[in-house]
Design a protein around this ligand. Structure first.
Ligand code: PA5
Length: 447
């Protein structure tokens, strides 16, 4: 078993009767998902992906990763939202948030095209100066503005540096199987392409080529990651929340929401969880936040953020609950040194493992936040291996889908993401948007 769900710190807030009361809804949600009859049923490819993934493409991913590792000091991963968060989360979780600074035999990995910042782009360009690099551009639609701008830039840099033929050896494109500008262009240019399956949405795509190519480039065991996800798939087969922790987690979230807890904070106790938090926020925020419904997903890394958001969580509006992800074996051991002078008075913990103090901080915080009126769900992982990461990804994806169905939304679409794009195109003067551009400019001037 790789994950344990600890509900002790929800018991003051959720009764057995409440769990029993939501059970029919939770079971129905799970069964709708399993029967593939609910909203967004065309996007359920992630359910069996850990078993049914394309083995031929998987081998090509490994070969491409090997090639990149051989000929490149840097890999630039271009993508936004679901097209980069999973890979970045995996690399930071399994390797390190300081991955690029570690001594290693794998390339540095920089993520571009996930913002429109000239500063960020310029910095990554300058990092590539004098160093061999490759590019993995990832966009399911192939039309997203942020990655498209970055790809323009890095593609031209590769052509200028290595020539048209040389660039072909260094550009890897992950996009739709057949549709879209990026696919058409890549085929014409002769770039190697990988597939974002039709039935897997961006935020559910970390276990496809979207996540796997950059993850493999970082030297992470993608077989183990798929194995972890597949073991989770085999574990979470019952619709009954008392037998299925993913359904239980989905149920608890919805019970808490109905009691006014409309913000969930994902809590990690390790800096390597920062990007996992960001991946999770997208998964839950984009899946549930629609039709004026949803739980606002927020995140923190403790104990760091106990010194920033800790005050609010302890005593602010009582509309929040926390989900704490803790890792039993954090990976590193460090013993607190003795100081004969004991100037800081900390000799009472000298000789203790730092992780013991970290875990004690977690327990202390769980109790304090509980006493402050904040329910805490706790998810415990064995370790930070690729296997556990894959397991956790599947757990969260499944729970998210079930939770969305309990909530009564389609967890697989994201119509709201279009609103800013339409306005941006109109204001930028994209052909076809002239009329709305005029209206928006008039609104801005009035304001
Ligand atoms: O979850 C999603 O579908 C989105 O976050 C997309 O991943 C994101 O908008 C990027 O889209 P694309 O991969 O088409 O460039």
């Amino acid at each position: 078993m790789s994950i344990r769900l600890d509900t002790r710190f929800t018991e003051r807030f959720i009764s057995g009767e409440e769990i029993a009361a939501i059970r029919p809804e939770a079971e129905a949600a799970f069964q709708t998902l399993a029967a593939r009859t609910g909203a967004g049923a065309d996007y359920l490819g992630w359910i069996d992906l850990p078993e049914n993934y394309d083995k031929e493409e998987f081998a090509r991913i490994k070969a491409a990763a090997q090639k990149i590792r051989k000929n490149s000091e840097i890999l630039i991963v271009i993508g936004i939202g679901g097209s980069y968060l999973g890979a970045r989360a995996a690399i930071e979780f399994v390797k390190s948030p300081l991955y690029n600074n570690l001594k290693k035999d794998t390339p540095d990995i920089y993520f571009a095209g996930n913002n429109i910042s000239p500063t960020a782009l310029t910095e990554i360009i300058s990092i590539c100066e004098g160093r061999d690099f490759s590019v993995n551009v990832i966009s399911k639609s192939g039309t997203t503005t942020e990655p498209a701008i970055a790809f323009r830039v890095f593609k031209q840099m590769l052509i200028d540096r290595y020539g048209v033929e040389g660039a072909k050896e260094r550009i890897f494109v992950t996009t739709d199987r057949a549709k879209g500008t990026l696919k058409k262009f890549s085929d014409e240019a002769g770039y190697e392409t990988f597939v974002v399956p039709d039935d897997v949405g961006g935020r559910y795509s970390v276990l496809t080529a979207v996540g796997l190519l950059p993850i493999a480039c970082a030297g992470i065991d993608i077989d183990a990651m798929m194995q972890g996800a597949n073991d989770a798939r085999k574990t979470y087969t019952s619709p009954d929340p008392s037998e299925n922790d993913a359904v239980l987690y989905a149920s608890l979230r919805n019970i808490l929401l109905r009691k006014g807890k409309c913000c969930e904070i994902l809590v990690g106790y390790e800096p390597y969880m920062l990007m996992l938090n960001e991946w999770w926020k997208q998964l839950y925020g984009e899946s549930e936040g629609k039709n004026n419904k949803g739980i606002l997903p927020d995140s923190v890394v403790f104990s760091t953020d106990l010194h920033s958001l800790g005050q609010y969580i302890q005593e602010g509006q009582r509309t929040i609950f926390e989900t704490v992800v803790s890792v039993k074996d954090p990976g590193a051991r460090f013993v607190i040194p003795d100081d004969p002078a004991n100037v800081d008075g900390l000799n009472f913990i000298a000789g203790r493992e730092l992780d013991y103090v970290n875990k004690t901080a977690m327990l202390a915080t769980l109790i304090a936040h509980n006493d402050g009126g904040v329910p805490n769900i706790r998810i415990e992982l064995d370790d930070r291996t690729a296997y556990s990461f894959g397991y956790l990804v599947y757990f969260f994806e499944l729970a998210c889908a079930v939770s969305g169905y309990i909530l009564g939304v389609n967890p697989f679409d994201q119509p709201g993401v279009e609103a800013y794009k339409k306005n941006m195109f109109a204001l930028l003067g994209k052909p076809g948007y002239e009329e709305s551009g005029e209206k928006l400019r008039a609104r801005i001037e009035k304001a």
